[in-house]
Design a protein. Structure first.
Length: 364
């Protein structure tokens, strides 16, 4: 009997697993997150506007009420003071004064002021001016008023001008009517202050960096000024007109947008969800702006100006690129070309990495 060696059956080769990119599997989650975002923003806007409206209405009512009360009380006290401190040495004038001040006083104060001015006192008074200095609320319906009067008192052929300050208390009833409930008492008014502002002391020195910057600007300015036209003298020291500068800014911003798009596409190729892609891309886009606040000097500070987030201020960017000592190269064109080459090179690298990572994808 002949035995034959059994040949081993070849094992089937394992097929190489092809990465599969699933699209649209989290559609419901994405829609829910967008709805939450829209609802949050809408609610915030609504609360903001309604809060402003309520606050505005409240303040408007309070201010209007204060203005009305102040005007009524001020005019009432001025009219009272002119009548109270004006008289002549005749019975008719005294009776006329008594009738006039009774229009402002309570019944008890009317009786108290009957004999304040008598005919046997040989004086007369004329009020030339009344000033209201202060009105304060002393209770729910009472107000204290401080005022001053300028009056000329005449006795015989002698006239003397006095300036005096007094205080009265005015009551305002529910209908808005007023009455004085306290006789005038001596008070005081503000006088001239002895305050003198301190003169700012300066040693007259300027730091070297500021001196150098001002000197550079003035040299460039006076170089361009004699030959500058309406379009020729721009905000940075380069002899270009506004149209040329505008085109440079547009080109710089366009390359920045292309750079951001390539970077976002790169992040999206590695991220597993749209939210992650958006968050990482936005964070990396804003990061150079944050680092610029930390690194304010040195080569790192200059390199941070290559990124689009720091190029949004066109005037500042152009001034920086045109400065011989503030950036990398010695001329504006050279600095501009360095920025362009930097952004374009990074864009090409990002696109290449994205292509290598996505070329074997299968979508389902």
């Amino acid at each position: 009997m002949i035995f034959k060696k059994k040949e081993k059956e070849p094992k089937p080769k394992k097929e190489k697993r092809v990465p599969v990119m699933k699209v649209g599997t989290h559609k419901k989650t994405v829609i829910a997150l967008w709805l939450v975002l829209i609802a949050s923003v809408s609610f915030g806007v609504y609360k903001n506007f309604t809060a402003i409206d309520m606050h505005t209405v409240h303040e408007k009512e309070v201010i209007e009420q204060r203005i009305v009360d102040t005007n009524k009380i001020e005019n009432f006290v001025k009219a009272f003071a002119k009548s109270y401190y004006s008289w002549s040495n005749t019975q008719e004038s005294i009776e006329k004064r008594t009738t006039a001040i009774n229009q402002y006083l309570t019944k008890s104060l009317q009786d108290l002021n009957v004999d304040t001015v008598r005919q046997d006192i040989p004086t007369s008074s004329t009020v030339t001016d009344v000033k209201i200095w202060d009105i304060k609320q002393a209770g729910t319906t009472d107000f204290t008023v401080v005022y001053s009067i300028d009056q000329t008192v005449t006795e015989g052929e002698t006239s003397i001008v006095y300036t005096s300050a007094y205080m009265v208390v005015v009551h305002v009833d529910g209908d808005g009517n007023l009455v004085i409930i306290q006789n005038p008492t001596i008070s005081s008014i503000p006088t001239k202050s002895s305050y003198e502002p301190k003169a700012q002391e300066s040693d007259g020195t300027v730091d070297a960096a500021t001196t150098e910057e001002v000197t550079e600007f003035l040299e460039t300015f006076f170089k361009l000024y004699p030959t500058a036209t309406e379009m020729g003298l721009f905000q940075f020291p380069v002899e270009w007109n506004h149209l040329q500068t505008y085109l440079i800014v547009v080109l710089l911003q366009s390359i920045g947008i292309v750079f951001v798009s390539s970077f976002t596409l790169l992040i999206s190729s590695f991220a597993k969800s749209p939210i992650t892609s958006l968050s990482v891309s936005l964070g990396m886009f804003l990061l150079p702006q944050l680092l610029l606040q930390i690194f304010r000097k040195g080569i790192l500070n200059k390199l941070l100006y290559f990124f689009p987030i720091n190029n949004l201020n066109a005037q500042k960017t152009l001034e920086l690129l045109s400065s011989e000592k503030s950036f990398l190269m010695s001329s504006f064109i050279q600095n501009l070309m360095v920025v362009f080459l930097f952004l374009i090179t990074l864009k090409i690298i990002f696109d290449f990495i994205t292509y290598r990572h996505m070329k074997s994808w299968h979508f389902s």
